[in-house]
Design a protein around this ligand. Structure first.
Ligand code: SF4
Length: 328
């Protein structure tokens, strides 16, 4: 099966006069239809920026410095999204109709002055030749599909009248309104309580199967990602530092950072062992450590080489990769 999206050696930086600060460096990943890739990392790891680039949504000041993002439409040749003019017709056509995104905060994408139904109707009619009545009926159907009780009533309500979980469902309905082939979910459950989070994750997994969508699920929570993703990519300070099938990465994490993230979770820590806490924070992009970017926080520091030489990606086992001198 062909990849739906293939990101190759993508690098993104932020320009300061004559200087570009790298924020994403040489990241590669791919997603097939019906597959979920989980991207994990702390704030500042570059995970959201990498995913937003797929929709041509690199924020002002940011620029793609190298690499490609190849999207395979249902028919015809693949399109390199990095070559499309920003906010041009081609990228706008892909956004929403083929690739959709949901965010952590639904209020950022829901209008406070239009009813939920009207917003879905507007999106539907932008991408499909539907009468107002047919679009409204489809909007109600979508609200039903995302598990809203009384979808016809919800369609007539405003975002502020809904709970956090309901707003998230409304945003998912809006994202699905044009049957996208790829759904990018950026921390979609971070603002929700544990029960609502579990419901939204279950809903996303069901919808992915119903629509046979490819999905990219971004989170700082490796435990959550492990429940939903077929493959995982762990990012640190703009680089992919480990990637592979979820079961391989969880059973045999190859990078000290991934091990630290897992050891902080009760479900993954060794029986009887005290939960570990990862010391320190991701450094600022302008203060990138020399050698391995993770070395100031690494509990498995392997010697002077870690401070001076940037580790290259190593193959740990079949399709399980890690960027660490321990595997050389
Ligand atoms: Fe730790 Fe060295 Fe591996 Fe970096 S390269 S993660 S500092 S052991």
């Amino acid at each position: 099966m062909k990849d739906l999206i293939r990101v190759d050696e993508l690098s993104i930086g932020f320009g300061l006069k004559n200087w570009v600060i790298p924020a994403v460096e040489g990241v590669s990943f791919s997603v097939k239809p019906g597959e979920t890739l989980g991207i994990v990392g702390e704030s500042g790891s570059g995970k959201s920026l990498s995913a937003r680039a797929i929709l041509g949504l690199v924020p002002p000041g940011g620029l793609i410095t190298s690499g490609s993002i190849s999207y395979q439409p249902e028919s015809g040749d693949a399109v390199d999204i990095t070559s499309l003019p920003k906010n041009g017709r081609a990228i706008r056509k892909l956004r929403g109709a083929e690739i959709a995104m949901i965010f952590q905060e639904p209020m950022a994408s829901l209008s406070p002055v239009h009813t939920i139904g009207n917003q879905i109707v507007t999106t539907l009619r932008q991408h499909a030749d539907l009468s107002a009545a047919a679009a409204l009926s489809r909007a109600i159907e979508l609200l039903d599909q995302v598990g809203m009780a009384s979808p016809a009533i919800i369609a007539g309500q405003y975002a502020h009248q809904l709970s956090g979980g309901m707003r998230q469902r409304a945003m998912i309905a809006m994202a699905l309104s044009c049957s996208p082939r790829l759904l990018v979910c950026d921390e979609p459950t971070t603002a929700l309580d544990a029960t609502t989070e579990a419901q939204v994750v279950e809903l996303l997994m069901k919808l992915q199967q119903d629509f046979n969508m490819g999905m990219i699920f971004i989170s700082h929570n490796i435990g959550l990602v492990s429940e939903i993703a077929d493959r995982v990519m762990v990012m640190y300070l703009g680089q992919s530092i480990e990637s592979g099938a979820t079961e391989h990465v969880l059973k045999s994490p190859a990078h000290p950072y991934t091990r630290a993230l897992l050891n902080a979770l009760p479900a993954f820590a060794e029986a009887g062992a005290e939960l570990a806490t990862l010391q320190g924070a991701v450094p600022d992009l302008t203060a990138r450590p020399t050698g391995c970017s993770f070395h100031p926080r690494c509990a498995e520091f392997a010697g002077p080489q870690c401070e001076t030489e940037r580790p290259a990606i190593q193959v740990v086992t079949n399709q399980h990769l890690a960027r660490c001198h321990l595997h050389e």
